[in-house]
Design a protein around this ligand. Structure first.
Ligand SMILES: Cc1cc2nc3c(=O)[nH]c(=O)nc-3n(C[C@H](O)[C@H](O)[C@H](O)COP(=O)(O)OP(=O)(O)OC[C@H]3O[C@@H](n4cnc5c(N)ncnc54)[C@H](O)[C@@H]3O)c2cc1C
Length: 533
């Protein structure tokens, strides 16, 4: 199809002219419709947010190379216009949504190719916007395993997950987003294009670790254009195992025991009984269990057989039951579709908290108590990050049609962080716009170092301003942790005062499958995040 230039009210804007000259008119969008599409991520923001923050970008650009990105950054720096890099926008904290308008850089539209697979040195190089699934599949086809990836992997971009410093599938064995990077090509605010590492070499003893520097920066230090990741040999077997326990807190014991063995599962995860209850409401066949603990092993068959025996023994010691391999395989196949419950038509919202393994059972009880206090209907899923830390991702159903309930429910994520703190943990899931006041109290004195790095690399503050390092409204009002905490406290009080959520009851009658609105069902069938390959 022939590319068409955007003809809108901004066509005389000098910045548009410069951008068009630099990357081609067809790659610069300024129509209101186009810009609105870039004003939210996977948490749909109420339009009132635009009163406080300039979330609708003024310009949307679609670069095709690091050189295009370089030209955009130079134009932005000269004109003092903010830039927000955007991947697939699957995040929840509005990190990819502008807080101060400016240029939204779409890193997916024209920069999502695999560049090369170096079979000799076991690395894969791709453009920033390639989805994790595309990279995983390309590596697998050549006989390699990509160590870890987010459960949003059908869509989430490689650079987006790195920029969020996410944790995900394969984390227990291969580490998280930042652990497998060999090199990145990054455009920094000065306009320079830099390599952060070495294509097929580790980056030890080479000064400050630049690969690491850009991990978790949420687009505030530079634009990642290309990424080289290390690969692992494809395993002989990949074996998911499923064990049931009467309640989720009972998984705390086996989880701790597992960390004391030499068994090195690829992935460890869990889902509680409420999760399965919600799924059954949308017509899924689910196991009738208090909860499932899922341990996925991979490697040479003989080693996997041995490791399975050890996990079986741990589970038997703690009174759990081994479920069939069909259930285990089904749960593994479903690993990237954990929020199917949003098909209930009610809207779901997720929160992420990290606690030490030793606090597993306390954290489970604390999260359920919070759901009760806030009169919410929710479920708990989670994964083991490594031998020390476990991540809980409680999610809840809320009524999108009630503004009061949907807004006040948002404070659950924040309050879940308080529960985690009580047990030596913390809130996680990124800072973005919503949680940007929280980095300072989290880091203490270390925050000043982070600010010094930001000021040194981005002195004009053009890279994703108003994110990660502090919240600032349209009117230049800085919202510190104190003010934010008071706001969240008030919202959670309001939620407790409202009548209890009864979304399951409310929808139960409507949810017999035959009554489901055909059109809605069709929409969901096409949603790559909710459906299997
Ligand atoms: C169903 C579902 C499952 C999820 N599962 C997980 C999970 O298992 N683990 C997990 O950690 N998260 C998970 N998430 C959250 C989210 O998907 C991840 O954070 C994701 O990796 C973000 O990737 P993205 O491409 O969508 O980035 P975006 O949301 O578009 O952007 C995220 C941040 O990265 C920055 N950014 C994007 N591209 C670049 C670039 N090229 N250079 C510099 N900065 C850039 C943006 O400015 C923004 O700050 C899940 C979300 C959903 C909806």
């Amino acid at each position: 199809m022939e590319a068409v230039a955007d003809t809108s009210e901004k066509s005389q804007d000098p910045i548009v002219k410069k951008l068009e000259a630099a990357i081609g008119a067809e790659n610069v969008k300024t129509s209101k419709m186009e810009r609105l599409l870039y004003s939210h991520d996977s948490t749909g923001l109420p339009k009132e947010v635009d009163l406080g923050f300039h979330v609708v970008p003024d310009y949307v650009v679609r670069p095709g190379s690091a050189e295009d990105v370089q030209m955009i950054v130079i134009i932005a720096a000269e004109s003092g216009v903010p830039i927000t890099p955007r991947g697939a926008a699957t995040g929840y904290v509005a990190a990819a949504v502008p807080a101060a308008g400016g240029i939204s850089i779409d890193m997916v539209a024209r920069m999502s190719n695999i560049i090369k697979i170096d079979e000799e040195n076991m690395t894969i190089t791709c453009q920033a916007g390639a989805s994790w699934k595309k990279v995983y599949d390309a590596a697998w086809e050549k006989g390699f395993l990509l160590g870890s990836y987010p459960s949003s992997f059908p869509n989430a971009s490689v650079a987006g997950w790195i920029a969020m410093s996410g944790v995900g599938m394969g984390n227990y064995k291969y580490g998280s987003a930042g652990d497998n990077i060999r090199n990145m090509v990054v455009v920094v605010p000065s306009g320079a294009i830099i390599n952060t590492g070495f294509e097929s070499l580790a980056d030890n003893m080479a000064g400050y670790n630049l690969n690491r520097l850009f991990v978790g920066t949420e687009g505030t230090l530079g634009i990642i254009c290309e990424v080289t990741l290390r690969l692992f040999p494809k395993p002989e077997v990949l074996r998911p195992l499923a064990y049931s326990f009467e309640s989720l807190d009972k998984v705390g014991g086996p989880m701790k025991d597992l960390t004391r063995t030499r068994v090195q599962p690829l992935h460890v995860a869990w889902s509680d009984g409420n999760h399965f209850k919600f799924l059954s409401k949308i017509g899924h066949h689910v196991p009738d269990v208090g909860c499932l603990w899922l341990v996925t092993l991979e490697g040479d068959k003989a080693i996997v057989d041995y490791e399975e025996k050890i996990v079986d023994e741990i589970v038997a010691k703690h009174g759990g039951k081994k479920e069939s391999s069909e259930i285990a395989q089904h749960e593994w196949d479903e690993r990237c579709y954990e929020y199917r419950s949003s098909m209930l038509g009610l809207g779901t919202s997720a929160s992420e908290t990290l606690v030490p393994v030793s606090a597993y059972a306390d954290m489970v009880k604390g999260l359920y108590a919070l759901m009760d206090e806030m009169k919410m209907e929710g479920a708990i899923i989670g994964i083991a990050v490594d031998r020390n830390s476990v991540m809980f991702m409680p999610y809840y159903l809320f009524d999108k049609e009630s503004l009061a309930k949907s807004m006040t429910s948002l404070s659950f994520a924040y309050k879940a962080g308080d529960v985690a703190k009580k047990f030596g943990g913390r809130l996680m899931g990124g800072f973005g716009l919503f949680m940007s006041s929280q980095l300072k109290p989290l880091r203490g004195e270390g925050y000043n170092i982070e600010m010094a790095i930001k000021n040194a690399i981005d002195p004009k503050e053009i890279m994703n301003p108003g994110k990660l390092l502090g919240m600032e409204t349209r009117f230049k009002l800085k919202v510190g942790a104190g003010l934010f905490n008071v706001g969240m406290g008030a919202m959670s009080m309001a939620k407790k005062a409202l009548p209890a959520d009864k979304m399951i009851d409310k929808k139960s009658k409507e949810l017999a499958l035959e009554e489901l609105d055909r059109e809605k069902l069709e929409q969901h069938k096409n949603d790559p995040l909710l459906n299997k390959k």
